[in-house]
Write a protein that binds this ligand. Sequence first.
Ligand code: HQG
Length: 177
Amino acid sequence: MTDDKTISKTLSYWLRHRPDAGGLTLDANGWTSADAVMDALIREHAIDWDRLIAVVEDNDKQRFEFSADLAQIRARQGHSVEVDLALDPAAPPDQLFHGTVERFLAAIRTEGLRRMRRHHVHLSGDLETARRVGARRGVPVILTVDAAAMAADGHVFFRSNNGVWLTDGVPARYLRD
Ligand code: HQG
C-alpha cells in the first residue's frame, strides 16, 4: 500500500506546483475540486476517500485543508503557482528562525533571505522546526531573524493557518547567527 508520505508528496506537487500534472485546475485562492483530486489519486495510488481524509487530517505539518463542505481542497502554503491565500498581516514575535545549510550562507549574508521559487520566505517560530527545515538539505544551520526590527521598519508578515511565518524577503541586516 502507498504510504501517507508518498500521498502527501503527490498532493503537495499538484496543489502547490503542478496542478496540471494531476489534471487539476486551481481557483484564484488555490482551491480545487476534492472529487477531481480523488479521481487523480485513485489513478496514481488506488486510495479511497477515507484514506485521503486521513492523510489531510493526520498530516504532520497540516499542509492541506478541505473547505467546510469537503467539496474543495487546497494546500495551506508553499505554492510556486500564483495563488492568493488571502492571509491577513500578523504581528510577528520578536524573533523568528530560518533553517538552512552552510553552502547557502555566503549568498544569504550578502543578499539576505530570498523567497526563491516560493511566494514568500518561510520562517519558524521555534528553533526545533527551523532545525528540521534545514535538516532537509544537510547539517542544519539556524539563522535568527530580528522580526521586531523588521516589523518596526514596515516589513509585513503573514502567518499561514498551519503556523508558518511568511514574509517577502529578509534583508541581511536583520539576520543574526
Ligand atoms: C535558501 C518545507 C541562497 C533557503 C519546509 C532554503 C519549510 C538562499 C532554500 C518550507 C537564499 C529555499 C520552506 C539566498 C534563501 N541565497 N540560498 N539569498 N535565500 N536561500 O524549500 O525555507 O514540507 O524554498 O535557506 O519544512 O527550506 O514543503 O525554502 O534552503 O516549511 O511543507 O534557499 O518547505 O515545508 O528552499 O522551506 P525552500 P525552505 P513542506
